[in-house]
Design a protein around this ligand. Structure first.
Ligand SMILES: Nc1ncnc2c1ncn2[C@@H]1O[C@H](COP(=O)(O)OP(=O)(O)OP(=O)(O)O)[C@@H](O)[C@H]1O
Length: 950
């Protein structure tokens, strides 16, 4: 027994050593570049093939072949990737989500390329580089870890690496060549990938799909090490390897045995699942998903052409028709990504799991595999499978509530891998599960027609969803999660909805696909498919209904040829270019066309709408500022400005203290006190900008005119005399009071709020002023629900609302705006405002409130149909205010509302605020412009060091 334990331990150490190498490579690349290289396994696979090619096919001596593979090819791949793919992305300053798509693109490109070059079949003749002795491999892994740790700690390069990791811009300013550091990181990461590949290849199935996936699971050890600690990564890899080997000795009786065997065989997949779901997310500050291009209305002619193309296969016969049967089914699966990622902005790398579950359930139900249940007719089985799979969408929907970007990508990938490893490989799924087609649709032509019908219904349903209230809310959530929450969108519930709908659609497509080929094939739904499908939809235009159709045609069409893998290679190639195609392929094509008049295009610089001045002191790309396509070009600037900074403004992470904004300081008096203050976070516009903004500024309501009431009453826009619920027309509006009582909040060991009492009452403008860091924004967040105080209460009309979420408070009538603009850039001005009206509770909801608000804020001209991206700061502030007012709030909370406005716009805003208060609204402003405060505020509170001092 002792020798069995020893042998198993040795075997486990061998596996663990290979995993440790992977962990080391992933961590070094991540630390040097900020990119989690999902393609690590694909590089490993390519290097294994290269060694095989050199040593076996071309008969080179093994040492020479190994030296070329590991010394030239592997680092060369890394350097090429850095130079051609990732350096352009970092120069353009794109968000991490887009780097993630690029690394998925590299994965898909390498897998597809390898399949095209070496074929899809498994090779069993990979040469053994090191003797089959775990100690040798273990020594290699430990030596490598020690070498990396020593280099990082004691060499100049290590110091530069740490400087780049800590603060890349600062390191560059300090004279460090960050590109060289990144290139070294990539070269080393690829070298470790190559080493892993050539060491593992003789012992695992070497094919283009298996090895990359195996290595993807090993990302677990890097996640466990928080992408930071090499000893932890090596320790975790060895421990999992040994535990996995030892588990094979256990043979419990009954149902536990297959489960234990499955766990034992896939312990890295289990570790990935646990690490991705339980540990705090890696890269949590990343933006949710690459920003989608504004949805564009597809001309009917294009739809006609698409319809004709999809009808063409009805004229096919034989093999061609049989192949075409896969297209509509795959299009339905890909449509699920349009909902989840394209519209909802949630990265999902697990859609193949849902498609597979749909296929599996359909097959099991239709073939009567469960003795307790009779076999169901095929269509009923399909419907039941969809209903069974839909709630399983919560498996990825739930993690999405607290995760974004990379962390969500890992969580959804882990769920997909786990489903594939634990469900699709069970005997019931692998033992040739065949199924028939519905009666009357047995032959390919009729079945294709049935699929077209289902696809048309799915397209109509998703189209209606996108056009409606829920679709707008999804787009808002994608564009700016915190802004959506502030507008009353129940973000968590909406994420669950998106994933459940996505799972249902994927299951529908999966069931159709399985019926089309008359069998359940687990390999058709392995996690590599998820990556391929995700990349294809992202590239072809995630938020469009045409993208799934085009992607399905591309994927099935190219793979139908004699060489497999071409589709993956093509999609991968496009995906690695995604940094240069910021809006996917459709966006790039649109750019080639002259802009259509009006419509959903950004406003031209010379149009009636002024643009914001370029932010000063930004950029640093080395490209001419404002050059088309550069980071500093006006359109890109505006898009970036609109994107939530580091995952949205509110609910700041409790641990990381955000850097204070640099802003001009001055002195002024308020309430008799001399205060240091910041003159708003925006710069005063240059004279030319001031002149432009005079031409287009916030409207000035006539003095003395009641502009807006809690019910959007009188005003230039008219629009009836609506009042808040319970407020009978003609009677004065009900009075409301928002109160903070003894509110306390600490950021780790720093007391930000130290027993604050504040009251915001109807019919008054209450102002909160104070020096930077006094705690104003923290109190503001506590009032609007984006931060929960450690102690104390927030009350609305005496009722405790401390535990109410931000969107629930908005629905109670407490609207807010954001210090950093929170507008939804891909939506039109009108849609932005409409979201504020339609996300209210049913009894508060009043879509008719949109028009008067648009008129009041002079957003009712041609500007109403323009997408928000590209508008000036002044216009965007109006849009944001309009969204808040469209919900007919009784309480309005404004955080630095004059930031970025010029004097005329600030003056107009002041009048509106006074008019709102005169009409019964409770207004709270947090403001640095003390002149404005002195003019509009009925009550001024001064904060100092977390307390209200007067
Ligand atoms: N997420 C956080 N983690 C740690 N400390 C934080 C965090 N957010 C704010 N702080 C600190 O809490 C204090 C109060 O910050 P807050 O943003 O509320 O001040 P403020 O009065 O609004 O300042 P400003 O006018 O600059 O916006 C500051 O010292 C700030 O550095």
């Amino acid at each position: 027994m002792a020798s069995l334990t020893y042998d198993l331990t040795l075997a486990g150490l061998a596996v663990g050593s290979a995993a440790a190498l992977t962990g080391i490579g992933l961590i070094v690349t991540y630390r040097a570049t900020g990119v989690l290289n999902l393609a690590h396994g694909a590089i490993a696979m390519v290097c294994a093939y290269v060694l095989l090619q050199l040593a076996v096919e071309w008969d080179w001596p093994l040492p020479l072949a190994a030296a070329v593979t590991l010394g030239v090819v592997a680092p060369g791949i890394g350097l090429l990737l850095e130079r051609l793919v990732f350096r352009p992305l970092s120069v353009l300053g794109v968000d991490p989500a887009r780097s993630l798509v690029a690394s998925i693109g590299v994965f898909v490109l390498l897998v597809g390329g390898a399949a095209a070059v070496w074929g899809e079949g498994a090779r069993a003749d990979a040469p053994e580089l090191l003797p089959d002795n775990p100690w040798t491999q273990l020594t290699a892994a430990v030596l490598l870890a020690v070498l990396v740790a020593s280099v990082t700690r004691w060499t100049r390069f290590g110091r530069e690496l740490r400087a780049v990791v800590d603060n890349r811009p600062l390191a560059v300013l300090g004279g460090i060549d960050a590109d060289r550091v990144a290139a070294a990181g990539w070269a080393f990461g690829s070298f470790t990938a190559g080493l892993t590949g050539v060491l593992l290849a003789p012992f695992v199935r070497l094919d283009p799909y298996g090895l990359p996936l195996l290595v993807v699971e090993v990302i677990a050890v890097a996640v466990i090490a928080r992408m930071r600690s090499l000893p932890v990564a090596v320790g975790a890899a060895l421990a999992i390897g040994v535990a996995q080997a030892q588990l094979t000795r256990l043979h419990p009786r009954g149902w536990g045995e297959p489960l234990l065997q499955a766990v034992g065989a896939n312990l890295f997949a289990v570790a990935l699942l646990i690490a991705a779901l339980v540990l705090p997310g890696v890269g949590a500050g990343a933006s949710p998903a690459p920003p989608a291009a504004p949805a564009v209305r597809v001309p009917p002619g294009v739809w006609l052409v698409a319809a004709i193309l999809f009808l063409l296969p009805l004229g096919f016969a034989g093999r061609d028709l049989h192949t075409a049967v896969q297209v509509p089914a795959l299009a339905v699966i890909l449509l699920s990504l349009t909902v989840v990622t394209g519209r909802g902005g949630q990265i999902s790398l697990g859609q193949a799991a849902y498609a597979g579950l749909g296929a599996l359930f359909t097959a099991l139900l239709a073939t009567g595999r469960f003795p307790e249940f009779p076999a169901l007719p095929e269509l009923l089985a399909l419907l039941t499978a969809v209903l069974l799979t839909a709630p399983l969408g919560l498996l990825t929907g739930w993690p999405a509530i607290g995760r974004r970007g990379l962390a969500l990508a890992l969580a959804t990938l882990a769920v997909g891998v786990a489903v594939s490893r634990f469900v699709f490989v069970q005997p019931y799924a692998t033992a040739g599960l065949r199924l028939t087609r519905p009666e009357g649709f047995a032959d390919d032509r009729r079945y294709y027609m049935l699929e077209l019908g289902v696809l048309a219904c799915a397209l109509l349903a998703v189209g209606a969803l996108r056009r409606g209230r829920t679709g707008r809310a999804l787009a808002a959530m994608r564009d700016h999660e915190a802004g959506a929450e502030g507008a009353g969108v129940p973000v968590s519930a909406l994420k669950l909805f998106a994933f459940v709908t996505g799972a249902a659609l994927a299951a529908l497509g999966g069931g159709l696909l399985a019926m089309g080929v008359r069998a359940f094939d687990p390999e058709a739904f392995d996690p590599v498919r998820s990556l391929l499908w995700f990349a294809a939809v992202m590239v072809l235009g995630a938020d469009g209904l045409l993208a799934p159709l085009a992607a399905a045609v591309l994927l099935v069409g190219l793979d139908a040829g004699p060489r497999g893998g071409l589709a993956a290679a093509a999609v991968g190639f496009l995906a690695v270019l995604i940094g240069r195609l910021p809006e996917g392929l459709p966006g790039a094509l649109r750019r080639l066309r002259p802009p259509p008049p009006g419509g959903l295009t950004p406003i031209p610089e010379t149009g009636g709408e002024p643009r914001a001045d370029p932010p000063r002191g930004k950029g640093g790309s080395g490209l001419p500022s404002g050059a088309p396509g550069t980071a500093a070009s006006p359109r890109r600037r505006t898009m970036r400005r609109l994107r939530p900074a580091r995952g949205g403004e509110p609910a700041p992470p409790r641990r990381a203290r955000p850097p204070q904004e640099a802003a001009p300081r001055g002195r002024a008096s308020a309430g008799g006190r001399r205060l240091r203050f910041r003159s708003g976070s925006g710069e005063r516009p240059a004279p030319a900008a001031a002149e432009r903004s005079r031409r287009f500024r916030l409207p000035l309501p006539p003095r003395g005119v009641r502009v807006l009431a809690p019910g959007l009453g009188a005003g230039r826009g008219g629009g009836g005399n609506r009042r808040a619920p319970g407020e009978a027309a003609g009677r004065p509006p009900a009075s409301h009071r928002l109160v903070a009582r003894d509110v306390r909040l600490r950021y780790e060991d720093f007391t930000a709020l130290d027993g604050v009492d504040l009251s915001v009452a109807s019919g008054q403008v209450t102002a909160l002023v104070g020096a930077n860091g006094a705690g104003k924004s923290t109190l503001f967040h506590c009032l609007c629900g984006t931060l929960r105080p450690d102690a104390g209460r927030v009350e609305l009309d005496g009722a405790d609302i401390t535990r109410r979420s931000a969107h629930a408070r908005t629905r109670l009538g407490i609207a807010r705006t954001f210090q950093q603009l929170a507008v939804f850039p891909s939506l039109t001005v009108e849609e932005n405002v409409r979201i504020g009206a339609e996300q209210q509770r049913r009894r508060r909801r009043d879509p008719a409130a949109v028009e008067p608000v648009l008129r009041l804020l002079e957003l009712d001209g041609p500007i109403r149909d323009r997408i928000a991206a590209g508008l000036s700061t002044g216009a965007l502030r109006r849009v944001e205010l309009g969204r808040a007012l469209a919900g007919r709030p009784h309480t309005l909370l404004l955080d630095e509302p004059t930031a970025g406005l010029d004097a005329a716009e600030a003056e107009a805003l002041a009048r509106i605020l006074m008019a709102l208060a005169a009409d019964g609204t409770a207004v709270l402003i947090v403001e640095h412009d003390l002149d404005l405060v002195a003019r509009v505020a009925d009550t001024v509170h001064v904060m100092e060091a977390g307390r209200i001092v007067r």
